[in-house]
Design a protein around this ligand. Structure first.
Ligand code: ADP
Length: 658
């Protein structure tokens, strides 16, 4: 049995989509999340970079201011030790200014805050003086410590803030004055923030109430996306360093990665859809294939013809269940086998081998051939084998396909038919014999009866002693004639029954009737029946076997006479008519009628009138009418009967004109 293809159920097919869909969704989410995350990371990186840079700038400012402070403190020491007078001190201040561009001016005040020397012509604090810039409420003793003063607007300018650092001059424990180093806040930003940082950021210095004191924005205003605030802590003063990056947020869509993600996703979705369509097509094709396979398997299983496929070497590549059943072996036992095959009968090995060689040579007969195969149980059975070439889709022959039909039943039925045919022939012979016997018996009745009556008459003449030679001779001649007639009857009947060519000859119907009239009358006399003839003139000849038609006439007249046996004598009239009238419905025929006035024929009798062995008479054989009809039809004529309107029956038959 070929194994049926098995396919997974449709429900599981639905679910198997779930995992790929989930994976694809996960992939898409990851693809979308990745650029977003990259953007986030880039933003964070920028922010962190800004913080680090801001810190660096803050450190740079702090460092530079501290360094300046230390240099000025050193100068302050020289002043305290009176190594410098106001003029030399101012020169040193100016030198310091030259090497430190961030320093705007340096002023030297005495203990009363009176200006001793200055690098600038204009006063530093205007009307308020240095005292005015000191904070009023302060717990720290600023007399002896360096301090930074609140930023003030530079005199004669609009918006230029100065940051001043007052370094006290201490001699012993006494404050003898102070040196005030002033920076332009704008200058601090210009000199101390590196150009590359200023290019990317708007840098501002704010006082505690967030008023912008100085600002540098070489690369344009900040975008307020990446900002950072850093405290600049000076003794007595805290400023805020604000950096505001000019960079935009990293753009998501401009990102090549995003573009590739989108393209990749679209490609993926497209290929998934294509795959889905393809799989659907495959599933449909698979379904159709499944139906085809089921249909073919059902066909294969219901076939009663054995099928067998062989490759070019004669190896069995396929056998169907019918073939397996036929030879009583499984497909596993057969497929892959090379000759000699297990179903080959040993006695016919030579024949198989010869035919196999022929087939391999390509000599295939389309007619098919009969051979015998051997069942696994050893039984031989006849088969009819048709071979044909097995051609693949490229038109190349790959082997041979054979259909094998077990013809045991056919052979048996042929044998049975032959036997039945033989029986039939035997029966037919027997029937013919019976027919001959019964016909002879029937037909010979009359001549024998006639012979009997003629010889009885002759004997009576002899017994009576009145030997009338003429009468005796006539009786014996008639008896002799009847004997000859009996011989004729035997021959005619034999020929008739054998359906061989009977002796037809053109006969005048008038002379035919006349020739049997003595016999009719002989019988009629015995029954007191009057016989009348009404024969038309110039009747044409008919082509008949005279004896057979005479017998027909004799049979019909005898039946007519017998039918009138019980009638009153005056009714016993037998008429024999012969005519040839075109209007009678028997054109081209001579019509002979036998009319009696007997008991007639009932409907019941009429139904079986012509059946063999049907008789209402106690001594009747029931063959007369049957033989008559066969004989008339044998001459292409018709025999029928009708009621006589005067009572009795009319039998009539037609015979074709020569
Ligand atoms: P048989 O004369 O031996 O009975 P037939 O075949 O000649 O056989 O006739 C069959 C039957 O047909 C007869 O038994 C008779 O009943 C009926 N029959 C034949 N001819 C006539 C007739 N002229 N009138 C009435 N009945 C007839």
């Amino acid at each position: 049995m070929p194994k049926l293809l098995t396919f997974p159920r449709r429900t599981s097919q639905k679910w198997r989509w779930l995992l790929p869909i989930l994976l694809v969704l996960l992939f898409l989410i990851t693809l979308i999340w990745l650029p977003w995350q990259a953007q986030r990371m880039e933003a964070n990186e920028r922010q962190e970079q800004l913080i680090a840079d801001t810190l660096w700038v803050e450190q740079a400012i702090q460092f530079q201011l501290n360094r300046n402070e230390e240099i000025v403190q050193q100068l302050g020491k020289d002043i305290v030790q009176e190594k410098l007078n106001p003029a030399t001190a101012t020169d040193r201040f100016r030198q310091l200014l030259k090497s430190n561009y961030e320093i705007h001016r340096i002023d030297w005040f005495d203990a009363q805050d009176t200006l001793v020397g200055s690098t600038s012509e204009s006063p530093l604090f205007g009307e308020a003086g240095l005292r005015g810039s000191h904070p009023q409420s302060s717990v720290i003793d600023w007399q002896t410590r360096t301090r930074y003063l609140a930023p003030t607007i530079e005199p004669n300018t609009n918006n230029t803030y100065l940051l001043s650092c007052e370094i006290p001059l201490i001699k012993g424990n006494k404050r003898i004055g102070s040196i005030v180093v002033s920076y332009r806040l704008q200058g601090i930003l210009e000199e101390m923030a590196p150009w590359w940082f200023a290019q990317d950021n708007q840098i501002s210095l704010l006082n505690p109430d967030e008023k912008v004191l100085a600002e540098r924005s070489a690369g344009g205003p900040g975008k307020n996306i990446y900002t950072h605030l850093r405290q600049l802590d000076f003794p007595g003063l805290t400023l805020t360093l604000r950096t505001n990056s000019t960079k935009n947020e990293p753009k998501l869509l401009a990102n090549l990665l995003v573009l590739s993600v989108v393209l990749l996703s679209m490609g993926l979705i497209w290929s998934l859809l294509a795959l889905w369509r393809d799989i659907n097509r495959r599933l449909t094709a698979e379904g159709a294939l499944r139906h085809q396979v089921a249909f073919r398997t059902a066909m294969e299983n219901s076939l009663i013809t054995g099928l067998r496929a062989r490759d070019m070497e004669g190896r069995l590549t396929y056998v169907n269940p019918a073939f397996c059943k036929m030879i009583g072996r499984t497909s596993e036992q057969l497929v892959g086998r090379l000759p000699p095959m297990p179903y080959w009968a040993p006695e016919a090995l030579d024949e198989y081998q010869q035919r196999f060689t022929q087939i391999l040579a390509g000599a295939i007969t389309s007619k098919g051939f009969e051979t015998i195969y051997q069942h696994a149980n050893g039984e031989r059975f006849p088969v009819l084998v048709h071979e044909s070439a097995l051609v693949n889709e490229d038109g190349v022959q790959t082997g041979w396909m054979s259909s094998i039909l077990d013809i045991s039943a056919l052979k048996n039925s042929q044998e049975l038919t032959r036997q039945q045919q033989e029986k039939l022939h035997a029966n037919a012979r027997l029937a013919t014999m019976g027919e001959i016997a019964s016909m002879l018996a029937h037909e010979l009745n009359q001549p024998l009866a006639a012979i009997s009556s003629y010889t009885t008459g002759a004997i009576n003449l002899i017994k009576a002693g009145t030997i009338d030679n003429t009468l005796l001779q006539s009786a014996l001649e008639k008896a002799n004639a009847q004997t000859l007639r009996a011989g004729h009857i035997i021959r005619s009947v034999h020929q008739f029954v054998k359906k061989t060519d009977i002796n037809r000859e053109p006969v005048s119907i008038t002379s035919l009737i006349r020739s049997v009239s003595p016999l009719i009358e002989l019988q009629a006399q015995g029954s007191n029946v009057t016989v009348r003839y009404r024969l038309s003139d110039n009747l044409p000849n008919v082509l008949v076997d005279k004896i057979l038609i005479e017998q027909v006439l004799l049979n019909l007249t005898r039946n007519a006479i017998e039918a009138m046996a019980l009638c009153p004598p005056e009714q016993r009239l037998l008429c024999i008519l012969a005519s040839c009238e075109p209007e009678s419905g028997f054109a081209g025929h001579v019509l002979i009628e036998v009319v009696d006035r007997g008991h007639g024929i009932t409907e019941e009798t009429a139904k079986q009138l012509f059946s063999p062995f049907f008789s209402t008479k106690s001594t009747g054989m029931g063959m007369g009418l049957n033989i008559c009809r066969t004989a008339i039809e044998f001459h292409s004529g018709k025999l029928n009967h009708m009621d006589n309107p005067l009572g009795g029956t009319i039998f009539r038959f037609s015979l074709p004109v020569k």
